[in-house]
Design a protein around this ligand. Sequence first.
Ligand SMILES: [Zn+2]
Length: 156
Amino acid sequence: MFLALPNNLLEKNRKPPRRVLTCKVNHGRAKVVCRNCEKNWYIPAPVGVNEKLVRCQCGSSTFIHFDRRSHPRESICRLGALVFPQNYSIPVYLCDASPVGISFICTERDSLMLTKNLSITIKYRSEEGNEIVRQIILRNQRKNRFGAEFRGLPLT
Ligand SMILES: [Zn+2]
């Protein structure tokens, strides 16, 4: 299945732009664990701040990303498809899913057809191999990576 992916998708996935540590935010603070010395401590996570460079006593610094999602996300690495009217579809590579939404990446060329708040159908297979068809609304975009919210119940 992975062999079917366009090369540029794989390339993107393999090389993140920089090392970012994701820290869950709980009651306005996040626990940071130093990757160098494993010391851990809490830092405040002010509203509106999503990323911060923190420096440990050992001298090592890390970019941390505050994770404020209240729903646990399941990591899913699978291909799916966005289905446009007239049954035109584009392949997407699913990143993660939660009970309320899903995120995916597509090729840069295909990303030009997508805009924030676009309502579209996504199709993919569950772990068990069942086909899932759901209506989604694109909520955020970071280059060719999109986060979307599910609308209504599964269509299948
Ligand atoms: Zn350290």
